[in-house]
Design a protein. Structure first.
Length: 115
């Protein structure tokens, strides 16, 4: 997803950026299917699968709340009312979040265990 963020920042709001981002989004769905299957392998019990689903939904709701707060603060605190500017402004914190996720993944796989 970081690639789509960079593409958006380079090409701004355009047909080309929308097309590329849509294609990348569809590609993530292909791998998303494997992630769902991995959840069923890791969590064998229905109780755990239910908790995973609940936490996913909570994550989506928290994301929506942060999104709402972000757009309202752009509008009322920074006085950015242009929708295109607001959308573009969202991509800078998203890049930071994506880099944090990638860094966390790299660090988690590089941990050594003391046996």
């Amino acid at each position: 997803m970081i690639i789509s963020l960079i593409i958006f920042l380079i090409y701004k709001i355009s047909f080309f950026s929308a097309l590329i981002i849509y294609c990348l989004y569809q590609l993530t769905f292909v791998f998303g299917g494997y992630l769902v299957r991995a959840e069923t392998l890791v969590a064998n019990e229905k109780e755990y699968l239910g908790k995973i689903d609940v936490f996913k939904q909570i994550g989506y709701l928290i994301g929506l709340i942060f999104s709402y707060i972000f757009y309202k603060s752009l509008e009322h605190i920074l006085h950015i009312s242009d929708i295109n500017q607001q959308i573009e402004s969202l991509h800078y914190p998203l890049i930071i979040v994506q880099l944090m996720v990638i860094t966390s993944l790299i660090l988690s796989f590089n941990k050594t265990t003391n046996d």
